[in-house]
Design a protein around this ligand. Structure first.
Ligand SMILES: *Cc1c(COP(=O)(O)O)cnc(C)c1O
Length: 383
């Protein structure tokens, strides 16, 4: 069900009043983030990476909002994701990052998808398919410049360039991927940019793409013809250590199931890992690690700094181990009327961002976003 303009609409999950958690996705902020990255990247084209179900926020609503804003090129990781996107979007260019799995070339033609070819066997299989089928659709060529994950070696690319594969394989994009663009001081960035420039000279008539979200902030030498932001669209900070230039996109509210008082010296939760240092009022909330709220985000006696929650405007600490379906919040210091059963608390809001939660859980915003649970009610806001 497509969201209706100007009205928040629940598009998936249980009804809001039954849900343990309510995930609100601000599509206007998503679009504003895309526009900001597009402005920065100019004159390069700004694509959007919507792999892993739009980084956990929902492939269809995310891609639809971006396409309406003018995004014309999308990247997914899996063929199945490309197929899903194509079903809703007949026009955009859709590249499949994980490449061509054996025997799947006909599906690329059927769905008008472009494989990102990352090895010589993939390239050969694609060329053979194009020659036998007459399919004329495009593909990207992925060349490794230092990530050592996917992509041809530069030596392979140079040998290949002499045989001009553009025509036979329909190569319309050469790309590579940064390994550490979030750290602009790392010497690998300059090395990758230099190697990518050499690569472009081998394929002078093909468009080039190097930058992910953080790569866009490395300056004009990183941007080439097309940039491929993912995580920054969804509100994570592409410039760690500096103010986040992106708007938050995700908000997570969770329901209080009960409020109880724990005497000083008693422990809260599994493992008896968090001890009350004073008589403590605890709000137990209906979200847990089965909802993707990582178990490592809870505070313990050994590590008092867990994730935060906002309860009636007050920042509170998540106390003890996070359970599968529940977590506990120390709400002792909430001023005024104590919180009550049925009240909502915020686990992600404009102050508690995905980067901060990731930091407290010992991970990165990418993992927080792509772990967001399936039991939440999801509300998509268009403005
Ligand atoms: C995931 C991915 C991106 C997007 O990266 P972000 O850091 O999320 O912006 C770009 N290019 C490739 C090849 C990727 O795998």
């Amino acid at each position: 069900m497509p969201p209706v303009r100007n009205r928040p609409v629940t598009v998936s999950g249980p009804p809001v009043h039954e849900a343990g958690g309510v995930l609100t996705i601000d599509l206007a902020a998503l679009v504003a983030n895309w526009r900001e990255l597009k402005r920065l990247a100019k004159p390069a084209e700004c694509a959007a990476v919507v792999k892993a179900d739009g980084y956990g926020l929902g492939l269809e609503p995310v891609a639809r909002a971006l396409a309406q804003a003018g995004c014309r090129t999308f990247f997914v990781a899996h063929l199945s994701e490309g197929r899903r996107l194509r079903a809703r979007d007949p026009a955009s260019a859709i590249y499949v990052l994980n490449g061509l799995l054996p025997g799947t070339a006909p599906i690329y033609a059927e769905c008008n998808l472009r494989p990102v070819l990352g090895s010589i066997p993939e390239l050969n299989e694609w060329i053979a398919f194009r020659e036998s089928s007459g399919w004329r659709g495009g593909a990207a060529l992925h060349v490794d410049t230092g990530m050592n994950r996917l992509g041809l070696t530069l030596r392979e690319a140079a040998a290949l360039a002499e045989r001009r594969p553009e025509a036979r394989a329909g190569i319309d994009l050469v790309m590579s991927h940064f390994a550490v663009s979030e750290d602009p001081t790392h010497p690998l960035n300059a090395r990758q940019m230099g190697l990518f420039r050499e690569l472009r000279e081998l394929f002078p008539n093909v468009r080039g793409s190097l930058a992910n979200s953080s790569g866009i902030f490395l300056g004009p030498d990183a941007r080439h013809d097309l940039v491929r932001p993912g995580v920054a669209l969804y509100g994570a900070n592409p410039t760690p250590g500096h103010t986040n230039p992106m708007r938050p996109v995700v908000r997570l509210d969770a329901r209080i199931v009960q409020v109880r008082t724990v005497p000083e010296g008693e422990t809260v939760g599994y493992g008896a890992a968090w001890t009350a240092q004073r008589p403590t009022r605890i709000a137990v909330v209906s979200v847990g690690y089965a909802d993707g709220f990582l178990r490592s985000a809870g505070a313990t006696d050994k590590r008092r700094e867990g994730a935060d929650a906002t309860v009636k405007g007050k920042r509170c600490l998540i106390a003890g181990r996070i359970s599968m379906d529940l977590l506990a919040i120390d709400v002792t210091d909430v001023p005024g009327e104590p919180p009550r059963r049925g009240d909502m608390v915020a686990l992600l809001d404009k102050d508690i961002g995905v980067d901060q939660l990731a930091d407290r859980a010992g991970t990165i915003a990418y993992e927080i976003l792509t772990s967001l649970g399936r039991r939440y009610a999801r509300v998509y806001r268009e403005e």
